[in-house]
Design a protein around this ligand. Structure first.
Ligand SMILES: [Zn+2]
Length: 469
């Protein structure tokens, strides 16, 4: 078995912070100690002055996903290669039940495509149609494939929306089986009405996008989801929280001891709705749901992270190109040229999560290094049944390791990204902290700008029960 030693790095986990050597044997961390004697046949990697952290765990991506008439532009290969360059070694992607079809068919299709991944992958399943068979099939993939979380949309009636009674039944079954129900919390019926009103009045510019997704529709849905979860006696996880109303409801429920967990995304933490006032071509980059909101909401999200009312930062990487016909995909952000209502909603971010959060979180003094690792890797790995194999650096854990330079300052450029998408939400932003080397189960897959990984190098990881924190 191949052996490597990462020497003299500052090892940071969610709980520890010390300088030591890490011996990797095969795919796992074999030993951690001081001055480990490497011996002759052992590859030595010097990590002096570097942070050595667990590989990132991004639990919200949409790779090769069909969303309405559009399809996201990153394949499992391109998306996970981009993830790797951003220091993420495990991606939990959203598989989807084709509308009106079976959950199992959706899972089998996803497993086939995910075989091309370059980092380790796991799946949540999006439930789009509900009947008695749906519950049976959900249980099947839960046991067969280790898919222990399901996502339901309270938005997009007729396409994705699951009603309150269905939510209750799904939450109950999922909770009884040790799983987690992921909720897209927006009031779909109200939002659809607001969209129709805007279009009828000829308000088609993108600046209307946040107006038809007001924060009250997110807060209402988050509150309702929490009440349904209480009734079902099941834990829930609210995805991509963007509003102070939602944070408040989550905080209140947690104060009462209700098992509610939640995530936010870098774009909500660093950008505001001012982006929508830009010319349409530029504003198109930022259409996602929920939308970017005001500074007040952004501040509430940072407070939520600080107080542990939000436990995860994930990307919701859902990339659509700006230009038409990119990569053989007809539908892009150009669909929304005539009206925001036709715009595919989603934005990229899989490659910039770790550096952005290091810069905005740690370097600016908003959070400790331990809290940073907790949000980037340990927390999501625990919540979604991947810990301790993933999400930490410990003897026996997978050797998924990032060597990170905390002092390098650099500028984000979409042209230097590895995703297929043709823009970044953070173009020209200067950040401090950069991923230098990445190991996936002991194999170095990123070395500076050099790519050493390969399609199919990632494994499918069946997940265990949700380990609630
Ligand atoms: Zn999403």
């Amino acid at each position: 078995m191949s052996k490597k030693v990462i020497k003299n790095g500052r090892i940071v986990t969610a709980s520890d912070d010390y300088i030591a050597d890490i011996m990797i044997e095969g795919e796992i961390v074999k030993m951690i100690g001081l001055n480990i004697d490497a011996g002759g046949d052992v590859e030595v990697i010097d990590a002096s002055a570097m942070l050595v952290m667990p590989g990132g765990v991004d639990v919200h991506t949409h790779l090769e996903a069909e969303i309405g008439p559009a399809k996201t532009v990153d394949t499992f290969e391109s998306g996970t290669m981009a993830a790797a360059f951003g220091g993420t070694t495990t991606v939990v992607d959203y598989a989807q039940q084709p509308h009106g079809d079976s959950v199992i068919a959706g899972m089998d299709d996803w497993l086939g495509r995910a075989a091309n991944a370059c980092v380790d992958v796991a799946a949540h399943m999006i439930i789009t149609t509900f009947n008695d068979q749906t519950l049976v099939d959900m249980k099947t993939i839960l046991q067969r494939d280790g898919v222990t979380s399901f996502k339901m949309f309270m938005a997009m009636p007729g396409v994705m929306m699951i009603d309150d009674a269905e939510l209750y039944r799904i939450m109950r079954m999922t909770g009884e089986n040790g799983g987690l129900s992921n909720i897209h919390a927006e009031n779909g019926l109200l939002i659809d009405t607001l969209i129709k009103e805007a279009v009828a009045q000829g308000r088609n510019e993108i600046l209307n996008h946040p107006r038809v997704h007001p924060s009250i529709t997110e807060g209402e849905a988050a509150h309702r989801a929490i009440q349904i979860a209480k009734l079902a006696e099941a834990p829930i996880y609210i995805v991509h929280v963007s509003s102070q109303e939602a944070v408040r409801h989550i905080a209140e429920a947690r104060y009462d001891g209700t098992p509610v967990f939640a995530e936010t995304c870098p774009h909500y933490l660093f950008l505001t709705e001012a982006e929508y006032d830009k010319p349409n071509d530029e504003a198109a980059k930022y259409t996602m749901i929920p939308p970017l909101r005001s500074q007040e909401h952004q501040d509430a999200l940072w407070r939520g992270l600080a107080g542990d009312d939000l436990q995860v930062v994930a990307t919701d990487h859902c990339p659509f190109c700006l230009t038409e016909d990119s990569w053989g995909l007809k539908h892009s952000k150009a669909l929304g040229k005539e009206s925001f209502a036709q715009m595919p909603n989603g934005a990229p971010g899989i490659e910039t999560r770790l550096p952005l959060m290091y810069d905005g979180g740690v370097a600016r003094g908003r959070m400790s290094l331990n809290r940073y690792v907790q949000l980037m890797a340990t927390g999501p790995a625990k919540l979604f049944g991947l810990f301790p194999r993933k999400g930490t650096i410990a003897v026996g854990s997978d050797a998924d390791i990032v060597i990170f330079d905390p002092n390098e300052t650099w500028t984000i450029k979409a042209a230097e990204h590895h995703s297929r998408v043709d823009y970044s939400l953070f173009e020209d932003r200067q950040v401090t902290g950069r991923v230098k080397k990445v190991f996936l189960r002991g194999e170095m897959i990123v070395d500076g700008a050099e790519w050493l990984g390969h399609s199919g190098g990632g494994h499918y990881i069946p997940r265990g029960q949700s380990g609630q924190m």
